[in-house]
Design a protein around this ligand. Structure first.
Ligand code: CP
Ligand code: NVA
Length: 320
């Protein structure tokens, strides 16, 4: 490394050289260090970013579509002086049956880190187990930790300390819901998810987040009534009702989740300064109305931009 982190620190020892698949690997202090670096990077013009990734190669593998994750990683790596090698899963030999194990061994000889977007979480877990270099989760069906880091950065910018802050998630208890609970636990948020029966987040993840969040004044819980979840919430968060991989079930999901839309009335039931969050892409008229998504309480564009800063900071700590 040829430069020190912009906030004056060194890479956090827990993050340096590690794979990040869920954020559960990290302590609150480590997540705080990454968010501090992200905020420091954001405060500088990108052309002035230190060359923290000079000479470093990062493979970005997408087995599912992406706009934000792909562009934000490419932009962040490039501004830190590194180089991103972007691969579509269908163009790789893995798409024709080369094993994850062999792919991991080969890429470990060629690049310094791998970011993977795939479906089954077991696939990225196997890649990380077989690779000799760090692996970062760019979304699996179960987790979206990079999105969660950007979400925490966005909330910190708006509200300062997150400890004890109530955040409501409304809709499908999917990867983004789980990762919000995980980052919430690591930053002290109280995350309450409102989901219809059958759409609750994985109970083991909720239990982990509830236990991990308590020392910081946070916690995680699930209710069925969106109005109960949003009462006193400073942020209300939603995501698509039909995640990648759920397409065959789309009609049933739209029917079952129809009462879980964020509209002006639900926003009005939250705290007066509450912001609206969504990882995007949004399905306007389904999980969120156009009016709310584009309204003055919407934080979604900041969330999207913050993917650059959060992920650049994460890679700076991992590869620093
Ligand atoms: N939020 C998010 O991960 O967006 P993309 O699917 O466009 O990467
Ligand atoms: N839950 C969504 C998030 C997309 C960024 C999905 O997995 O498709």
């Amino acid at each position: 490394m040829t430069a020190s982190l912009p906030c004056g620190g060194t890479p956090h020892p827990e993050v340096r050289g590690t794979s990040v698949l869920t954020l559960m690997e990290l302590s609150p202090e480590a997540v705080g260090a990454v968010l501090d670096t992200a905020a420091a990077l954001k405060a500088m013009p990108r052309r002035d970013w230190p060359p923290l990734l000079a000479g470093r190669m990062v493979a970005l593998i997408f087995e599912r579509p992406s706009t934000r994750t792909r562009v934000s990683f490419e932009v962040g790596v490039s501004h830190l002086g590194g180089h991103a090698v972007v691969l579509a899963g269908r163009d790789m030999q893995m798409g024709r049956g080369e094993t994850v194990q062999d792919t991991a061994k080969v890429l470990s000889r060629m690049v310094d880190a791998i970011v993977l977007r795939t479906g089954p979480h077991a696939t990225i877990a196997e890649l990380a187990a077989q690779a000799e270099i760090p692996v970062v989760n760019g979304l699996t069906y179960d987790h979206h930790p990079c999105q969660a880091l950007a979400d925490a950065l966005t909330l910190r910018e708006r509200f300062g300390s997150l400890e004890g802050m109530r955040v409501a998630y409304v809709g499908d208890g999917n990867n983004c819901c789980i990762s919000l609970m995980v980052v919430g636990a690591l930053t002290g948020m109280q995350v309450v998810a409102a989901c219809p029966p059958g759409y609750e987040p994985d109970p083991d993840a909720v239990a982990w987040a509830d236990a991990a969040g308590r020392p910081l004044g946070g916690g995680a819980s699930v209710v069925t009534d969106p109005r109960v979840a949003v009462a006193d919430a400073r942020a209300i968060y939603t995501d698509t009702w039909v995640s990648m991989g759920d397409e065959e079930d789309a009609a049933r999901r739209r029917r079952d989740l129809d009462a879980y839309r964020i509209d002006a009335a639900l926003l009005g039931a939250a705290a007066p300064d509450a912001v609206v969050m969504h990882p995007l892409p949004a399905h306007q008229g389904e999980e969120v109305t156009h009016e709310v998504l584009h309204g003055d309480r919407s934080a979604v564009w900041d969330q999207a931009e913050n993917r650059i800063h959060a992920q650049a900071a994460l890679l700076a700590h991992i590869l620093g």
